[in-house]
Design a protein around this ligand. Structure first.
Ligand code: IMP
Length: 429
């Protein structure tokens, strides 16, 4: 059997590593790009010929008209965002990849977004998660409670009516009796959902078959993770996480492919760390260094515009991500942002309750007490944004990359030295 290569591209840290730009760079060699989890909480930025695109729901291969892009069953899809993205690209005159949506993709309904914001507001300062307000948690909660509305329901008016009648009663009780908020009107929600159904009907597909056929035909397939390992519902810094499975296993359940058919897992890691929203972040620097990284790296949320918390690279966390996901290779992004720092620090262990730890604590309480222990490497001043081969990088930049490889035990296969598609050093990927 002819077989294409299957790669999962996922985040190593707390999201915003630059997965979109890595997927966009790799998509030219692929036939298909599949989003397998998350929803419009993601903000994947791609820059092509100095034009910037931010994708919340569309897979980052969408700008290649000869590819197929897939929204898998593991995604929670907000049709409003999806249509805004499609219409926006069409208005910019872009020819797009063919888009297919799984019948089983859950739909973010209007009540999910309202409840997400009300629930977040009701949380105390200590328990706030800092969600994106995109209805993600409430939509996944309904999925697992088996009262979710799936893409297939939007094209079956009678099924939709029956499901929505039951679920809207529950949601309106919650809105009015618990949150003291206004109820939603059934006819309005129902007619809106039917209109969504009309538009998505031609895109619905048994996507596991499409993926299987693509792999058998010899096409390479990229599985594009959103958010990241440390935001994973099982393996992240719970409860300060998202509600889906960004880790490698999520690609199997969220798209419909067996683990044995995944060839490589590529972890995207930024040259320093950022986090948006609440939760522990051992290398966070709330002083001048954090401000400098934020300013140089443009570290503001692509979805919410919130300033990101910033700090030095954390290889204890990276080692955890390598192990949890079985990462085969790393894609190191934003190396150019570190240009100009006299020295560069890298966290290689933690101190927790006066004890030295080289492994990432899976307890969020313990992680909150972790004090980073750094090793210091020399910085560089040369502009690296035009480097296209590893050998072109200054010695100190190469040493930094080598240090990451040594400490994680994983090769760095791609280095991002700027925001554009071409600002990339490929090393045997
Ligand atoms: P939710 O996914 O909107 O429920 O948010 C849960 C947590 O995940 C919050 O801390 C968010 O800031 C964070 N989060 C969700 N999506 C992203 C993302 O794409 N990048 C970075 N952080 C995210």
């Amino acid at each position: 059997m002819k077989k294409g290569r299957t790669d999962v591209v996922l985040g190593v840290q707390w999201g915003d590593e630059g997965k979109g730009r890595v997927v966009d760079a790799l998509a030219s060699e692929s036939g298909m790009v599949v989003r397998y989890q998350g929803g419009a909480n993601a903000g994947h930025t791609v820059v092509v010929e100095e034009e910037k695109y931010v994708f919340h729901l569309l897979p980052s291969g969408i700008l290649y008209p000869d590819k197929v892009c897939i929204i898998g069953n593991g995604v929670v899809m907000d049709p409003i965002t999806l249509f805004e993205e499609l219409d926006g690209l069409e208005a910019r005159g872009k020819k797009l990849a063919r888009l297919l949506i799984s019948h089983g993709t859950h739909i973010v309904m209007p009540y999910h977004k309202i409840i997400d914001k009300l629930a977040e507001n009701a949380r105390s300062a200590e328990t706030k998660i800092g969600t994106t307000g995109r209805g993600i948690g409430p939509c996944y909660a309904d999925k697992y409670d088996r009262i979710g509305i799936r893409a297939e329901d939007l094209v079956s008016p009678e099924v939709l009516k029956e499901k929505l009648t039951t679920v809207l009663k529950l949601k309106n009780d919650l809105l009015t009796k618990i949150y003291d908020a206004a109820p939603l009107d059934f006819d309005e929600v129902y007619s809106t959902a039917l209109k969504w159904g009309e538009r998505i009907a031609p895109m619905l597909s048994d996507v596991f078959l499409d993926i299987d056929a693509a792999v058998r035909s010899g096409a390479n397939v990229l599985f594009e993770g959103a958010q990241a390992t440390l935001l994973d519902i099982d393996h992240g810094t719970y409860p300060f996480v998202t509600s889906s499975s960004p880790c490698a296993g999520g690609a199997c359940t969220g798209a419909g492919i067996g683990p044995g058919r995944i060839d490589r897992v590529i972890g995207v890691i930024k040259a320093y760390c950022t986090r948006v929203g609440e939760g522990p972040f051992p290398t966070e620097d709330s002083g001048a260094l954090g401000d400098a990284l934020r300013a140089k790296g443009g570290e503001y949320g692509a979805t919410t515009g919130r300033p990101r918390r910033c700090g030095w690279e954390d290889l204890v966390a990276a080692d955890y991500a390598v192990k949890i996901n079985g990462i085969d290779g790393l894609a190191l992004t934003k190396l150019d942002v570190l240009t100009g720092f006299k020295e560069i620090k890298v966290c290689t262990s933690y101190e927790v309750d006066s004890e030295l730890r080289t492994h990432f604590p899976t307890s969020c309480g313990e992680l909150a007490k972790a004090r980073p222990i750094y090793e210091t490497l020399p910085g560089w001043t040369e502009d690296i944004s035009k480097c296209r081969r590893f050998e072109d990088l200054p010695l100190a930049a190469r040493s930094y990359v080598n240090f990451i490889e040594e400490r994680t035990g994983v090769p760095v296969l791609l280095i991002g030295v700027g925001v554009g598609r071409e600002d990339t050093i490929l090393r045997g990927i």
